[in-house]
Write a protein that binds this ligand. Sequence first.
Ligand SMILES: Cc1cc2nc3c(=O)[nH]c(=O)nc-3n(C[C@H](O)[C@H](O)[C@H](O)COP(=O)(O)OP(=O)(O)OC[C@H]3O[C@@H](n4cnc5c(N)ncnc54)[C@H](O)[C@@H]3O)c2cc1C
Ligand code: FES
Length: 380
Amino acid sequence: MAALSSPSLPAVAAAHLSAWLAPLGVSASAFDDSLALLNPLWTVHRLHARVVHRRAETASATTFELQAGPAFHGLLPGHHVMVGVDINGTRHRRAYSPRAAPGSPGRFAITVQRQPAGLVSNHLHDHVQVGHHLEVGLPAGTFTLPVTTPPRVLLIGGGSGITPLMAMLQHLHEHAPATRVTLIYFARSRAERIFAAQLEGLARSWPAFRYVPVDSHANTAPAGSGQAGSAPVLDDALLARTAPDWARTPTWCCGPTPLMATARALWQQAGQAGLLRLEAFAVTRPDGDPHARHAVSLRRAAHTARFDAAGHHTLLEAGEQAGLTLKHGCRQGICHECTCRLHRGTVRDLQHGTLLAGEGQTIRLCVSSALTDLELESLG
Ligand SMILES: Cc1cc2nc3c(=O)[nH]c(=O)nc-3n(C[C@H](O)[C@H](O)[C@H](O)COP(=O)(O)OP(=O)(O)OC[C@H]3O[C@@H](n4cnc5c(N)ncnc54)[C@H](O)[C@@H]3O)c2cc1C
Ligand code: FES
């Protein structure tokens, strides 16, 4: 996979021109709006990409091939990009894990799995066609391969969690084919396994690649729920059989929460937690008391809004349920648009499972739940 390391010269020149015009009263968005009239891909502040191709991967997963403009750069395997769409007049953004098209600057693909009642994933499936433009952010994230490729790599995916791993696989196949790569990929069946044919083709033609598809929905059922039945799971035995050196191999794992929790526990038990990188697609739901009512005061520019937050809602959901329009972007703890300062009280950070107590530190409303009454100040 080709990494697009820097913006092209025309994009750099346009960014300089925008900076030069700013003191004359031409804002970044006005500059972009003017460029977008000529070509939406020429914007330099808020970037766009054109859908050039779409194809079904499974009954519920679709790949969108996108062509971004010259300002799009820096894509590494495992990165995510924020994709923005307008739904009923409101811009919604979600993260997707792109794969770059080798030799085609600014060309990349995202594969989107429909989520039950999911707003953006269903909108992309049902309404976005070839020729449409999507807002895209610059690539970001830390779930990437190291600069120096290790001699052995283990990838563990579940469901749509294959997407960043596929970007890594394509990169390793193209740039470091001697790397001994094992992919263990959980899905309910071959029909639901995204990229099934492509992965089987790679396994046939790439001697250093070991492909281990596992037909199992155990990874989607919470541990101890009994829903998994006798389906195979990620455990010592599976790892010993398919990747005997697993505890000494740098490993990337992306999939449903139970799969990643199992991986975390296995690597911790082996004393090798540092070799395991995890990427969560969904933030852990708050599991606080639904009957608790914590009084939240949120200072915004000129006034203070007040609402009650139950323990099983994020602060963003609680504010919205009280009828407030709160500044937000991704709802996934990524874009920081919902950041507030916590002056009093305690919240749970749902991304890291930690408690944060009010000492003027920053929190994100979309990945925090209230544990006490709170005093917040919006920084958005
Ligand atoms: C770094 C990163 C990379 C990602 N890469 C990909 C990728 O390559 N491909 C991909 O398909 N996805 C990817 N995702 C997930 C993606 O960003 C979206 O979260 C996903 O598409 C669902 O968005 P949505 O708007 O359809 O669902 P949302 O409307 O945000 O809802 C998500 C799910 O949560 C449920 N839900 C929503 N609100 C509540 C609530 N209040 N209580 C209980 N349940 C609720 C919905 O029913 C739905 O199933 C990635 C996420 C991250 C963080
Ligand atoms: S909305 Fe993006 S971090 Fe909260």
